[in-house]
Design a protein around this ligand. Sequence first.
Ligand code: PGA
Length: 235
Amino acid sequence: MRIEKFNSYKEMSEFVGDLFASQLLLKPDSVLGLATGSTPIGAYEHLVKLYNEGKVDFSKCTTFNLDEYYPIKQDNPQSYYYFMNEHLFSKVNVNKANLHIPNGSAPDAEAECKAYDELIDKMGGIDLQLLGIGENGHIGFNEPASSLDPGTHLTGLTESTIAANARFFDSADDVPRHALTMGVGSILKAKRIVIAINGEKKLDAFNKLIEGKVDTMSPATVLNLHSNVIVAFSN
Ligand code: PGA
């Protein structure tokens, strides 16, 4: 685990954005694992800037997002589909046919999850996966629990995650209670992982992660089982 500490959110975001830009430079048809939440926004802004300067080309890449609320419609401004369009996809030259986000309105959640994992495998796996982290240590919507699911699955949100995400909705009552999320096994299959952590509120989750122990009650600690992880932290 490589730990990179930054003095500002901006520096951290530029570092994370540059990792993705260099990944695309080295392998234009990379498979990228993407994340939502407030933390990755700066990295996406940096990538858009690099794209506008002609320094990065997204035309050949494939992307898979970590998660999506369930149920939710794609045109709901709180959907992660909407988020990705707003912050990245509509601003760079991605090929829309190559963008994948779990479908929050799939009638059969289980079939959707199975197909999602199969497609990631078919594309050769994820080359570089971006993660955020919850205050409770969650990655994607893999919430603290006595055991963790390996593959993409339908899951319930914990009260603390509903409370944390209520800031994006009119009220906590409007936050969907379920989500489709890549499992920790799907995440650990990525060839390289960068986890972006910002702010004092995440300090506890960060400290548990870098302690080196695996604890399902702080799901990000499973990253200690992976041999190519970068932890990018700013406070
Ligand atoms: P945040 O969310 O970046 O909005 O803090 C991260 C997460 O919950 O995974």
